[in-house]
Design a protein around this ligand. Structure first.
Ligand code: NOJ
Length: 748
């Protein structure tokens, strides 16, 4: 880790700070004590000092540049400073040189790890393993707090059903239930015991509907109805609030014409009113200012007033509050009592984090935990659980004894920065283990590396060098995909095929007749239909993080068995987007009708059918949600419900036997889906209601039971009230969203 020596040196010099880092016992106290402290402090603040708390500033360069504003109490929070010596200096000026000595909230986008980078959140979701994801969030907090960060802008809870949207990488995919479980896990992992110095405040974002950007183009408008918001997009946020999330970020998008940062319905009515959220609401970066571009406000003063009216507490980088709130209060346009409320929400977080007692980070101790061996091990295990086996004709796992000459090729084989994925600000290429390195270490002298393409977008007509090497090898491991920069914020794509000449490279490798194993690293499900026939096996790893190399080597060699499942539907072609498993039933559901290619050309133009599908691609995906193979096989049998009819306050218990029908131990992600057959509104054809990972020895049969409270089947129907509507239901227990036979039950 490059910065360490400088930091250590600086820490020795920063005497005034390091001598104050001895930790004092936290005196956070009970809820009423916290409120008393908040009120006491508030009563001593001038209007200007209150407004200062509501201002968040991006820190860069010299601390001295901010000293004046800090002394005047004009900054409540900084983001983007992770040098612990500088963080301490920021805090020292705030605590020792400002009138009231209020510490800063130091924020950072710690999205899937701090230094030790875990798989991108979409890859975290593909583990279907909330406990593991919680442990990963804990690792991120330990490392980030080790450098003074006490607030992360994570988890992102945006449901994403269009893979063109680059930020699909940052969330848990298309499903409300999976997203909800991951949201709770991440909040728990980050926040732990709040006043502990290794806990970090979570920020659930982006509130709300941001992932439904029209056309999958980032920042674009959304048009979600209130019912759609409440049934699909808001539940993960509500669950995260219940799990104790301390902060929330408003989103960039306007929904049905109202930008989120000025949306009183979302922030005041739903978040605070209905869910009782008393945490801190921050804007996204300049999303207050962008309300001017949206045409939702005339100038900064106008949008500052609108954000206040919506109930937004802190302004990230618009300086709208700092510049105009005082004037708005004086003119009567904004009530000082509303400002007091916002400041309470900010101070409460600072008190709960124990910042008043312990504003400083222990620089030396903090450095010692970065890239700790158990952090790297956790990142590797997560990457192993995250990879999805999409195809295997039997070539995997490779037999290490039989491998004499391996060709490693492809633009992602040795791309240490890119395998970290998007939002890996603090991850370092120098600490990343690529598949090439891991395989070279595993098979000294047996690996030939010919990149084929230097980067994913490179175009080449001929692959003579790769093909010649392929002919000399007994197995070809090709690493394809997209670089980190091709997904994430502002990085949407209209074409989701493998870029450049990657498909041609794969075809050339296949033509050698040698077994080709493809591994794809990407920020989204790419459209790989045309590539599947050109490989004997395909592992889909998303961007696997720091330890992606050893994780993939273990999977390829069978030391780990694939268990990841698709957290999003994989499309055949981008024109199918958005396509997701839990769609509503149309009046004319597709039933596998004839496609254009099935009609002989001589037949000329002919009508093909009258159902809801694309004439050229039908309406089925390449891989459904929840799909993934293993090195063994599983079977479900004896699926039975404990009753035929349930009360609305009852619990559905389904029993079944899961069998490992193969010859290796493996882990299956058991999934339970439910369909509500008739509702006051049309209902999704299936909705995930439970999942769990079950590990079985070869040949093992295990009797299992899953219980689902009937209340989990509640939804917002025609009358706008969330409740269970009695009637007929169907339930599936299966290994993915497209398999299994439904069993029927009733709710009375
Ligand atoms: C903009 C992004 O939308 C948000 O997710 C992020 O947390 C902020 N910038 C801060 O970097």
């Amino acid at each position: 880790m490059k910065p360490i020596p400088i930091l250590f040196l600086a820490s020795l010099l920063a005497v005034s700070v390091s001598c104050t880092t001895e930790r004092k016992p936290s005196t956070v106290g009970t809820t009423s004590e916290v409120e008393r402290r908040v009120d006491q402090l508030l009563s001593r603040m001038t209007l200007a000092e209150k407004i200062g708390q509501m201002n968040q500033v991006s820190a860069g360069g010299e601390v001295a540049n901010y000293a004046d504003a800090l002394r005047k109490g004009q900054v409540g929070s900084i983001l983007n400073e992770v040098d612990p010596v500088k963080v301490n200096e920021f805090q020292r000026i705030s605590v020792e040189e400002s009138r009231l000595g209020i510490p800063l909230l130091v924020a950072r986008d710690v999205i899937h790890g701090f230094h030790t980078i875990f798989p991108i959140p979409l890859g975290l979701a593909s583990t279907f393993d909330p406990e593991l994801v919680e442990a990963g969030a804990r690792v991120a907090s330990v490392e980030a707090t080790g450098q003074g960060v006490r607030w992360t802008f994570s988890p992102m809870l945006d449901i994403a059903r269009d893979p063109r949207w680059g930020r699909m990488a940052e969330g848990s995919g298309e499903d409300t239930y999976l997203d909800t479980r991951m949201a709770e896990a991440m909040v728990r992992g980050y926040q732990g015991d709040l006043s502990d110095a290794t806990s970090i405040a979570a920020c659930i974002k982006h509130f709300a509907g941001y992932g439904a950007a029209e056309g999958g183009r980032d920042y674009n408008s959304t048009f979600l109805t209130e019912r759609q918001l409440r049934n699909v997009y808001l539940p993960p946020f509500e669950a995260a609030v219940k799990a104790g999330a301390m902060t929330l970020m408003t989103s960039f998008n306007d929904n049905d014409g109202v930008p989120s940062t000025g949306n009183a319905f979302l922030v005041k009515d739903v978040l605070r009113g209905e869910w009782g959220f008393d945490g801190l609401v921050v804007t996204d970066w300049n999303s207050m200012g962008e309300m001017i571009s949206h045409g939702f406000g005339e100038d900064r003063k106008d949008v500052a007033r609108k954000a206040m009216e919506a109930g937004v507490d802190m302004d990230m980088m618009t300086y709208g509050y700092l510049s105009h709130l005082e004037e708005l209060v004086r003119s009567g346009a904004v009530r000082e009592s509303d400002i007091d409320q916002a400041v309470r929400n900010i101070l409460r977080v600072k008190i709960l984090l124990g910042l008043f007692e312990n504003p400083y980070v222990d620089v030396e101790a903090g450095q010692a935990v970065q890239y700790a061996p158990d952090h790297l091990a956790a990142a590797q295990k997560t990457a192993e659980e995250s990879a999805i086996l999409l195809k295997n004709d039997g070539v995997l796992p490779l037999d290490p004894a039989a491998v004499r000459n391996i060709l490693v090729t492809g633009p992602l084989a040795d791309a240490p920065h890119d395998q970290l994925g998007t939002w890996a600000f603090d991850g370092e290429a120098g600490h990343t283990v690529t598949p090439l390195r891991a395989l070279q270490e595993r098979f000294p002298g047996k690996v030939t590396y010919v990149p084929g393409l230097a980067y994913s977008r490179e175009r080449r007509d001929r692959f003579d060098d790769v093909v010649a090497a392929a002919r000399r090898s007994d197995v070809i491991l090709v690493f394809l995909g997209e670089e980190a920069i091709l997904s994430g914020e502002a990085h949407s794509l209209a074409d989701l095929n493998l870029k450049g000449s990657q498909s041609e490279l794969l075809a050339a490798l296949k033509a050698t007749g040698k077994p080709v194993v493809a591994t794809v690293m990407a920020g989204r499900p790419l459209t790989i239909e045309r590539d599947l026939p050109n490989c004997a096996a395909m592992l889909y790893a998303f961007h696997p993080g720091t330890m992606g190399g050893p994780a993939l080597a273990n999977l390829l060699l069978g030391d780990a068995v694939p268990s990841g499942k698709t957290p999003v539907t994989f499309l055949r072609t981008v024109g199918q987007a958005p396509l997701y498993y839990s769609h509503n039933m149309t009046g004319r559901p597709y039933n596998g009708e004839t496609l254009l290619d099935d009609i002989p050309l001589e037949a000329g133009q002919t009508s093909l059918g009258n159902t809801s599908y694309y004439l050229d691609y039908g309406a089925y995906p390449l891989f459904p949600f929840g799909y993934g193979l293993s090195y063994t096989t599983f079977a479900y049998s004896d699926i039975a419900l404990d009753r035929e009819t349930y009360a609305t306050d009852g619990t559905v218990t389904v029993s079944f036997t899961l069998s490992n029908t193969g010859t290796r131990a493996g882990t299956e992600v058991v999934q339970v889906y439910v369909r509500d057959l008739v509702g006051s509104i049309t209902r999704p054809v299936k909705e995930l209601k439970h999942f769990e990972r079950v590990t079985l020895a070869p040949g093992e049969n295990r009797a299992l039971k899953v219980s689902i409270p009937v209340q989990e089947l509640a939804f917002v129907g025609l009358d706008g009230v969330k409740k269970v509507e009695p009637g007929e239901f169907q339930l599936w227990v299966a290994g993915d969203s497209a398999s299994g036979t439904g069993v029927a039950f009733n709710v009375k």
